[in-house]
Design a protein around this ligand. Structure first.
Ligand code: GRF
Length: 201
């Protein structure tokens, strides 16, 4: 199954997926394309090093979000992409894009949804003072951070934690959970029933 990973920044989740694929841990999943809206994303270096084609498309010159997304879709179709994995992609996809790949777009969020939605999930949880936060992999729907939940893993916040140490723990949990979710998707073991996602054994 051909996979495209969408990035904007550091790409540590992309790296975890690349490493998992190398070890055979994505089953029949193959990352064929990395899409970035940011030409300076460190993630692009990771793609290059792994020999994966990158498609960089900045928003400039596009009249609408839909026009931008349409261009990406053309590229995804050229490469027969069947699964979109958002890994720190700092753009909200249009409804048009989401319809086109309905049920085939995954995202990872650095908190236990539905708590701490938005861009600063780690910091917001830390500042709120919760004792447990974590990581969520979910399907993408039009409203950000709301789609049916595939996997979650909790992370404890102790009194010794700083924002930096919490970030480290969250990222470590992400790097384990995301490849696992992708593998389960590739194996066609996810069954969505309303808000609930069943994992077939
Ligand atoms: C991750 O924390 C992810 O949960 C969030 O964006 C961050 C991306 O990090 N959506 P990286 O670019 O994969 O290192």
């Amino acid at each position: 199954m051909n996979i495209a990973v969408f990035v904007s920044g550091n790409g540590t989740n992309l790296q975890a997926l690349i490493d998992a694929e190398k070890k055979g841990a994505l089953d029949a999943g193959k990352i064929v394309l990395v899409v970035s809206n940011n030409p300076k994303a460190v993630a692009l270096k990771r793609a290059h090093k792994a020999g994966i084609t990158a498609f960089v498309l900045t928003e400039q010159g596009f009249a609408s979000r839909k026009a931008y997304d349409r261009k990406i879709i053309t590229r995804l179709k050229e490469q027969n992409v069947e699964l979109i994995v958002l890994a720190g992609f700092m753009r909200i996809l249009s409804g048009y894009f989401i319809e086109e790949y309905k049920g085939r777009i995954l995202n990872i969020h650095p908190a236990l949804l539905p708590s701490f939605k938005g861009r600063d999930g780690i910091k917001d949880a830390f500042e709120y003072g919760v004792k447990k936060t974590g990581v969520t992999v979910h399907f993408v729907e039009k409203e950000p951070d709301t789609g049916p939940i595939i996997l979650q893993e909790s992370v404890d916040i102790t009194e010794a934690d700083t924002l930096e140490s919490l970030e480290k723990k969250i990222h470590a949990a992400e790097h384990k959970l995301y490849p696992e979710a992708v593998r389960i998707f590739v194996q066609a073991r996810l069954k969505v029933q309303g808000r609930k996602v069943r994992i077939l054994t």
